[in-house]
Design a protein around this ligand. Structure first.
Ligand code: ADP
Ligand code: MG
Length: 271
């Protein structure tokens, strides 16, 4: 089934601060959207608001996934509904191996499982799927049995998230700077896997980044320029290449506070 995430005029941020200033965006299955913006523009804030991170509040606007009001749900139900967030800084979870976490997640989502979680038969299938996905992107299988992300390098954490993404097969994946800490080989492996999933129509992707480098591998259908909490321009992949040259300067949003201190362009003209 085709899915869509519809974000309409979203405002909010940590402690109810309006870091997001009216974000509107629709992502459908099979589409790859890139959201590019300078540091501090609110990209991670968007991902936290979408997943319902504690301490973050939406002050206005709506978010629906296939018509379901996502903002009314606790985080785990958002995940169950089909939203996946790859964190910019994946959390280390001592005591919980990736395998167990994935089994529990799949079990909670319904399907052929027992009350305790995924049944034995399905469990062995999931196990094989995890191994296959780990091999596919060069993630050491042994890490699947170790506590989640504990002691992993930045690149390994991102590969780990890609295994989770592939196994969980969410409807919409938000990937916050999946390229940070990745070497070229890992970047390619991770991007190819995500792209395959998108191209097969399984998942819609919002790839948050501030580097063109990721988008050479994870080729987007649409690129959005995000400055000061809102989208100020959208276009094709060429927009990302243009940004590489110009930076975000041409998109600087006119802010009344900035204008108050700006130099009067006519002040040098003698009358
Ligand atoms: P980006 O991911 O685009 O670099 P962030 O969403 O992380 O930007 O941050 C956006 C803005 O919100 C920044 O100005 C940052 O300082 C501020 N911010 C982030 N987290 C908090 C917080 N917990 N409390 C207050 N301000 C925050
Ligand atoms: Mg960020």
């Amino acid at each position: 089934m085709s899915s869509q995430l519809v974000i309409t005029d979203l405002h909010g941020g940590p402690d109810g601060k309006n870091i997001l200033q009216g974000l509107t965006l629709t992502i459908k299955s099979g589409e790859v959207h890139a959201l590019m913006g300078p540091n501090g523009s609110g990209k991670s804030t968007l991902s936290h608001l979408l997943m319902g991170r504690p301490g973050y509040q939406v002050t206005s606007g709506t978010v629906t996934l296939d018509g379901v009001d996502i903002l009314a749900l606790p985080t785990w139900q958002r995940a169950q509904a089909g939203l996946f967030l790859g964190l910019q800084y994946p959390t280390e979870v001592p005591g919980v191996p990736v395998r167990e976490m994935l089994m529990a997640s799949l079990g909670a989502r319904g399907g052929s499982q027992t009350a305790q979680g995924v049944s034995e038969v399905v469990g062995s299938e999931v196990r094989a799927l995890m191994d296959a996905e780990a091999d596919r992107i060069g993630f050491d299988r042994r890490f699947l049995d170790r506590p989640l992300n504990v002691g992993l390098s930045g690149g390994e954490k991102k590969r780990n998230e890609t295994v989770q993404l592939a196994v969980l097969a969410p409807k919409i994946a938000i990937l916050d700077e999946i390229d940070s800490g990745l070497d070229v080989d890992a970047l390619r492996a991770v991007s190819r896997r995500v792209l395959e999933q998108a191209r097969s129509g399984q998942v819609g992707v919002l790839a948050i980044t501030h580097y063109q480098r990721l988008l050479d591998e994870l080729t987007p259908d649409v690129v959005h320029v995000f400055v000061k909490g809102r989208i100020v321009a959208s276009g094709g992949p060429e927009l990302a290449r243009e940004l590489e040259k110009t930076g975000y300067e041409p998109y600087a949003v006119d802010d009344p506070a900035d204008q108050a201190t700006a130099k009067d362009p006519f002040s040098d003209i003698p009358f």
